[in-house]
Design a protein around this ligand. Structure first.
Ligand SMILES: [Fe+2]
Length: 289
């Protein structure tokens, strides 16, 4: 069953944080994690139609870090789309990745695929950790959504407009940007998903009934700790840990978006599809028929 069209695959890599170890160059921990993720993606038999780098590309705005990343993605035989995160310096990012600024100076643009539009939103408020979604950015999104009300649309932005329970990373629902984002997307039934980064963890949620996914980081993970933070008491909890780096594949097929999240590491393969497993495969196929 299906509409007969091949699946569209959108790869997402997020929170690379190149330059966290200043002056480490290509020996840097985060850079090497990025190369491992890139190479895992490039080794797949089924290649994506594009790759979105959804913010926190560099940790501190060093031009060399953006240039290093731009060189590293030259190996990709598909288009690569950069986005801003709170650690990025917009003016530096756009020099290494030119052509993605809109007329208002935001790294905010649409990717048009046959049957799916992808709105990449700039949620950076330079110098602030939390997200931003000002009236200009909201007006652009509204114009884009109103212009193509029948076309399925995926929204990508760095900051998840959700309260995930990771207290020190969470926004307040009363923040302007948070409320404006919820109001902007509500009621637009063509939005099939919201894909984010920022939280350095695998998370699913929803906004205004729209499914939301958070792709884990290339850089080390934020720990899963749902206790409130007391800003007066440093309780020695772990807050960042070197869990494996990840990427996501958003698969759009037959009117449905499915998101796969892949950790990258040197895992042992425990089973292969060898001759003796053909009966199992045939039994599973027969069951579906
Ligand atoms: Fe990040």
């Amino acid at each position: 069953m299906g509409d007969g069209k091949p699946a569209l695959l959108i790869a997402q890599i997020t929170d690379i944080h190149i330059g966290f170890d200043a002056d480490a160059g290509e020996d840097e921990f985060n850079y090497k994690r990025f190369i491992a993720v890139r190479d895992h993606l490039l080794a797949q038999e089924v290649q994506p139609d594009c790759l979105i780098l959804s913010g926190d590309l560099a940790d501190g705005g060093d031009p060399k870090c953006y240039e290093r990343l731009a060189r590293a993605v030259e190996a990709c035989p598909f288009p690569v789309y950069p986005m801003t995160g709170n650690h990025d310096t917009r003016s530096v990012l756009v020099k290494a990745f030119p052509g993605f600024e809109n007329e208002e100076g935001f790294v905010q643009y649409t990717i048009d695929f046959e049957g799916l539009r992808v709105l990449c939103i700039d949620s950076l408020d330079q110098g602030r950790h939390g997200g931003a979604f000002c009236e200009k950015r909201a007006a652009w999104v509204t114009r884009e959504l109103d212009a193509y009300p029948e076309t399925p649309t995926l929204i990508v932005l760095h900051h998840p407009p959700i309260v995930a329970g990771i207290d020190w990373m969470d926004p307040k629902p009363s923040e302007d940007w948070y409320q404006r984002f919820h109001e902007t997307v509500a009621g637009h039934e063509q939005i099939v998903g919201i894909a984010c980064g920022h939280l350095h963890r695998p998370i699913v949620s929803e906004v205004a009934g729209i499914p939301l996914s958070v792709t884990p980081a290339v850089a080390p993970a934020v720990t899963l700790d749902l206790r409130p933070v007391d800003t007066e008491v440093a309780d020695n909890r772990g807050i960042v840990a070197a869990e494996p780096p990840f990427y996501s594949l958003h698969r759009w097929h037959d009117g449905r978006l499915v998101t796969h999240m892949q950790p990258v590491g040197d895992w042992q393969v425990l089973a292969r599809y060898e001759e003796h497993l053909k009966p199992m495969m045939q039994g599973l196929a027969d069951e579906r028929d």
